[in-house]
Design a protein around this ligand. Structure first.
Ligand SMILES: Cc1cc2nc3c(=O)[nH]c(=O)nc-3n(C[C@H](O)[C@H](O)[C@H](O)COP(=O)(O)OP(=O)(O)OC[C@H]3O[C@@H](n4cnc5c(N)ncnc54)[C@H](O)[C@@H]3O)c2cc1C
Length: 426
């Protein structure tokens, strides 16, 4: 950290669970945060999947330092072993946290960070780079302005960038034109979006827990509207690994969902399409009201709607003038990648990690929270709170950085075995 900039605040991009955790931890350490949130309110992404019940209990979802700050205000900690919905997490934790005067006075909602750079340094220019403060271009109710910062914590999440359903990682032919009939992410099937799905033929694409959630809601809908027909498309050749969490999984709700899906699969509640590789989507019928998916030589039955539960990717454009050190496959910080790469790990444990794995060739820049996992689908909020703790310690004292432990297979360095591993969420 350069001394000449020590009077400047540490900028936080995004007031989700991890951005607000960063704010309170910085304050608790005597550092000065300034937080920007693009949504009208904090936790904008949580609000969008507010209807979903989480796998992780409250004890995983509250940052301990935030709880310490909230308790004197009369805040009642929710029952540690209960499972909140996204909306409950927002109302019972994130909003009270954001309302603390110390945080609220340093929080700018409805303010999007559109670019980050170094003062008078584009990405190419090296001379004097490390001494130059960061510049954040922010766009809010009063228009655009530039804000200087001594360090930047990007906790802007990935929910705004859902993956498409095309086989090649790019949109399938016709996908963009069919967007009105494709729901990306986690639609509120039994609530607000009910009319879009009740009595309709729906294709769910994806093999992870978001797909399981959508399938569960569709089964419930089909019980009331028997005309609802559910197709489930996965890229794999078989569906033998629906129950992938261990019996003694710490996240028992996750395993319970897997068991339910497996049972419904055996009961024939879904029409399963394996080896799905969507190359094209063709409109059919009046005003293209139905969609026909082309996968290799196969054409699926026409559907009314598609749910794309195919994960999310980080928005990297924001950081394009900075020297960001990302793994080319996972798009997570390069040193974190071997710990979380889904090519090497199934949904299991993720080693505790911190500032050492989260640094870039650009000193003072940290990508934290779910965005730090890039395209890897295994992030848990509790992991993010630990990232924050480590990064705040590094911002206070760069010599305090401790290398990560390794759980399981891929890397082995000394001093790791005793450090804790934790479950991850798929
Ligand atoms: C359906 C679903 C279920 C999940 N269940 C669990 C679970 O059970 N347990 C768990 O731990 N995790 C779960 N997750 C993962 C969960 O999303 C994360 O753990 C958590 O929300 C990550 O917090 P975050 O602060 O990193 O990112 P986010 O919650 O995504 O917050 C990012 C914030 O940044 C803001 N933002 C984005 N771009 C900008 C910008 N340019 N400028 C300013 N602000 C910006 C956004 O509006 C948002 O408020 C689930 C996710 C989904 C989708």
């Amino acid at each position: 950290m350069q001394d000449a900039n020590s009077h400047l605040p540490i900028a936080i991009i995004g007031a989700g669970p991890i951005g607000l955790s960063a704010a309170v931890n910085l304050l608790a350490s005597g550092l000065e945060p300034i937080t920007f949130e693009s949504g009208e309110q904090v936790g904008e992404h949580l609000a969008r999947w507010g209807h979903v019940r989480m796998f992780s209990p409250w004890s995983y979802n509250v940052d301990p330092v935030a709880a310490e700050w909230l308790t004197p205000t009369g805040w009642q900690a929710p029952r540690a072993d209960a499972f909140p919905t996204g909306a409950e997490l927002l109302a019972d934790y994130l909003q009270p946290l954001a309302a603390l005067p110390e945080i609220a006075s340093r929080l700018h909602t409805a303010t999007r960070v559109t670019h980050v750079s170094r003062l008078q340094h584009d990405v190419l220019r090296s001379n004097g780079r490390e001494e130059a403060p960061f510049v954040l271009r922010v766009s809010g109710p009063d228009g655009e302005r530039d804000v200087l910062a001594r360090a930047v914590i990007d906790a802007s999440g990935t929910f705004q960038c859902p993956n498409g359903i095309g086989a090649h990682g790019i949109p399938a032919l016709g996908e963009l034109a069919a967007a009105e009939r494709i729901a990306y992410g986690v639609p509120d099937i039994t609530g607000k979006a009910r009319d879009d799905y009740a009595g309709k033929t729906v294709l769910v694409v994806g093999g992870g827990h978001s797909a399981f959630n959508a399938l569960q809601d569709l089964v419930s809908l089909a019980e009331q509207n028997p005309d609802t027909r559910i197709l489930w498309g996965v890229r794999s050749a078989t569906l033998h690994n629906v129950i992938r969490s261990p019996k003694d999984d710490e996240l028992q709700e996750r395993r319970a969902l897997e068991v339910r899906i497996q049972q419904w699969l055996e009961d024939g509640r879904f029409e399963v399409v394996t080896n799905l590789a969507i190359e094209a989507i063709h409109p059919q019928g009046e005003q293209g009201a139905r969609l026909v998916v082309e996968s290799g030589s196969q054409r699926l039955p026409a559907v009314d709607r598609i749910i794309a539960a195919t994960g999310f990717r980080p928005d990297l454009a924001l950081l394009s003038e900075l020297r960001v050190s990302l793994d080319p496959a996972t798009q997570s910080p390069a040193r974190l990648a071997p710990l979380i790469d889904p090519n090497q790990h199934s949904c299991g444990s993720v080693p505790e990690h911190g500032a050492a794995e989260l640094t870039h060739a650009e000193p003072g820049l940290y990508i934290l929270g779910i965005k730090s996992y890039g395209r890897a689908p295994t992030f848990l909020m509790r992991t993010g709170y630990r990232q924050v703790k480590s990064v705040v310690a590094a911002l206070l004292d760069p010599d305090a950085v401790i290398p990560a432990p390794v759980c399981g297979a891929t890397r082995s360095t000394a001093n790791q075995a005793s450090r804790q591993c934790e479950p991850s969420c798929g």
